[in-house]
Design a protein around this ligand. Structure first.
Ligand code: TYM
Length: 334
């Protein structure tokens, strides 16, 4: 098993990232056998598809790395690095640009959402973003890619690019990566709007729980979370058409590692006045220890940066043979 996944070092890591992706990263790392390799990286090159503040980007990368360490990523067992330090990501992305089709990229929902009506004014990187993402996973012959549901389309594109490259150049070089979308939390929604995904870019901080939030902030965000006036149903089918209630039950279930059916079996018939304090207690119990580890890690940023540097060295040596084989398959003079 080759596990590869990434996260952009912009903003804070929030509960959607944690339950949708990072919890799976840690579980896969912890279940890893002797022949398996896990690679997790900070997608700092993806971050430049939208405007960045140069004085903040390097800091944000170290802080996001510290958050991953606090969540349980162990740099002794997993290879943890930032994309910039492994130039093969950019080099392979360019080679794959020869294979990817404009029409494929034009169909990407993230491109359509993020560019909106401003396609002409968007960066080329925003359009080409999924090709770099394909390079990220194909470079390491990834078999398993744990991601939230919003990234599934990008992974399907990576499979299409790999298939066309193999066919066009008559090679079997690239392994087709399999997206692994969390069953428990494929798409955690905003606390303020059950129709929108929880996201770093939502202007309202009340829409998300950040892993750096204090216990009091977590409690108050859950208290203010949008809900409805009804009691919780006693079976999950009763959550249909109640997106906010469904989201809060999903969060409870994912944090407690139980099924949503068990949550409604326990809380069915109770209103949010009772359920929200129970959810807040659970969130504080699960997230508090992560925040405490994070705070300690941020006291020694040099150590965190050092872990990234060692990870990049290992990633570079794993990436080199695939990049070279791709260059040779194309007939480049290497
Ligand atoms: P990013 O940084 O937006 O998010 C990191 C991970 O968190 C998941 N996620 C969610 N899951 C459930 N509910 C949510 N509300 C939620 N919000 C975010 C994302 O699906 C993702 O798994 N393009 C990627 C980074 C990337 C990558 C890759 C991922 C670059 N190269 C190669 C996998 C493989 C991104 O921007 O994720």
């Amino acid at each position: 098993m080759r596990v590869v996944s990434g996260i952009q070092p912009t903003g804070n890591l929030h509960l959607g990232n944690y339950l949708g992706a990072i919890k799976q990263w840690v579980a896969m790392q912890d279940a890893m056998g002797a022949d398996d390799v896990c690679l997790f990286f900070l997608a700092d090159l993806h971050a430049i598809s939208l405007p960045v503040v140069p004085s903040e980007l390097a800091n944000a990368t170290v802080e996001m790395t510290a958050t991953l360490l606090a969540c349980g990523i162990d740099p002794e067992r997993s290879i943890l690095f930032n994309q910039t330090r492994v130039p093969a990501h950019s080099e392979l992305a360019w080679l794959l640009n020869g294979t990817a089709r404009m029409g494929w990229l034009n169909r990407m929902t993230q491109w359509k959402d993020k560019a909106g009506k401003n396609r002409e004014g968007s960066s080329v990187a925003l359009f080409d973003y999924p090709v770099l993402q394909a390079a990220d996973v194909l470079l390491y012959q990834a078999t398993h890619v744990p991601v939230g549901e919003d990234q599934k389309q990008h992974l399907e594109l990576a499979r299409d690019i790999a298939t066309k490259f193999n066919l066009d150049y008559g090679t079997e070089l690239f392994t087709l990566p399999e997206p692994f979308v969390s069953k428990a939390a494929p798409r955690i929604m905003s606390l303020r709007d059950g129709g929108a995904k929880m996201s770093k870019s939502d202007p309202s901080d009340l829409s998300r729980i950040n892993l750096i939030d204090s216990d009091d902030t977590i409690v108050s965000k859950i208290k203010k979370a949008k809900s409805d006036a009804d009691v919780l149903p006693s079976d999950v089918a009763g959550l249909d058409g109640r997106p906010e209630a469904k989201n809060l039950v999903t969060i409870y279930a994912a944090l407690a590692d139980i099924a949503p059916a068990d949550v409604v079996a326990q809380f069915g018939g109770q209103g949010f006045g009772q359920f929200k304090p129970a959810l807040a207690d659970l969130a504080v119990a699960k997230l508090g220890p992560i925040r405490n580890r994070l705070t300690r890690l941020l006291d020694d940023r040099a150590a965190v940066a050092g872990a990234l540097e060692r990870g990049a060295e290992k990633a570079r040596s794993l990436a080199a043979p695939t990049l070279r084989a791709a260059q040779q398959a194309i007939g480049l003079q290497v």
